[in-house]
Design a protein around this ligand. Structure first.
Ligand SMILES: [Zn+2]
Length: 303
């Protein structure tokens, strides 16, 4: 059976702008969005709806939510988590500024006392909202950090860490230390072509370093949550596979560039060598846009 996550497309959502969503099947059209809660361990779990995967920690002492999807699915997520914990949201964390991770902030903020993100996120979010004319729909982080944020919350210890530019210039890895579960945001597009937001400060070269540092900062059996992918949950090997994909992409394009290939020639490739099974991210990131973005980075094109 084919997962609905295999059918992502980019659509324009009123008040949000361009976003990544699963393509609606006939059975889903005009009905409530399909959503799922999954327990991982130690009170930590994930929520699937539309857009970037939501992570959560729910206990009687604390409720933490990582990313917020869209207003409709954020509502379903909030209702379900309130039932689990009997509380409001003690902390909402955004892994980065993209709309499919922050458009539900406004819904969750009704119940949330604090919103946390990397220091670059509010500015990136505001600029994207200005372009999409969605300023009224935004709720921004009211707590920010530059390198690391760590706090005891309920029975957990939460750590949000920035390792430098990668998918954007504001990506946080959010770790629930006791449960040993880390939310990677969009630092891992598990086995589909990643979106590299060059305009927001992305760097393929540093993305490789960020994934190295992330794995080094976690133990062997950490469970990881991914923003998007063929599977949105995995282990260290999946994080390292993303690193290896980015490395092969960059190497391929560096070689082609130094051999004098033009951008248009580089963009004729259909797969990254050694990663033939990694597929386009719906219509949003195809081979031409993937290789074109890598070419721009290698050639030092303006952002
Ligand atoms: Zn993203």
């Amino acid at each position: 059976m084919v997962s609905r996550r295999d059918f992502l497309e980019v659509v324009s959502v009123a008040g949000v702008g361009l976003v990544l969503v699963p393509r609606l099947g006939w059975s889903q059209a005009a009905t409530a969005p399909a959503t799922t809660f999954t327990d991982i361990r130690g009170g930590v779990g994930l929520f699937e709806g539309r857009g970037g995967t939501i992570g959560w920690y729910a206990s009687k002492d604390a409720l933490v939510v990582v990313d917020s999807q869209f207003p409709d699915t954020a509502r379903i997520c909030l209702d379900g988590l309130r039932q689990k914990s009997g509380r409001g949201v003690d902390l909402l964390v955004n892994t980065h500024h993209h709309g499919d991770h922050t458009a539900g902030n406004k819904t969750l903020k009704e119940a949330a006392t604090r919103v946390l993100a990397h220091a670059n996120v509010p500015g990136l979010q505001r600029r994207a909202a200005e372009e999409a004319k969605t300023l009224d729909a935004q709720v921004y982080a009211d707590r920010t950090f530059t390198d690391v944020w760590r706090e005891d919350i309920g029975g957990e210890t939460l750590r949000a860490q920035y390792y430098g530019p990668a998918h954007t210039s504001g990506d946080a890895v959010v770790t629930f230390e006791k449960a040993n579960v880390a939310h990677m945001g969009d630092l891992v597009f598990n086995r589909v072509f990643p979106f590299i937001d060059r305009k927001s400060g992305a760097s393929i070269a540093n993305w490789i370093v960020v994934l190295e540092k992330t794995v080094a900062a976690h133990v062997q059996d950490t469970q990881y949550i991914f923003g998007h992918g063929a599977s949105i949950r995995g282990g260290r090997a999946d994080v390292l596979a993303q690193r290896d994909f980015m490395t092969a992409l960059l190497e391929t394009v560096r070689k082609a560039h130094s051999a004098g290939e033009s951008k248009a020639e580089v963009q004729k490739r259909s797969a990254v060598p050694g990663f033939d099974t990694w597929k386009p991210l719906g219509t949003f990131v195809n081979a031409a846009s993937l290789f074109g973005t890598a070419y721009d980075e290698v050639a030092g094109a303006p952002r």
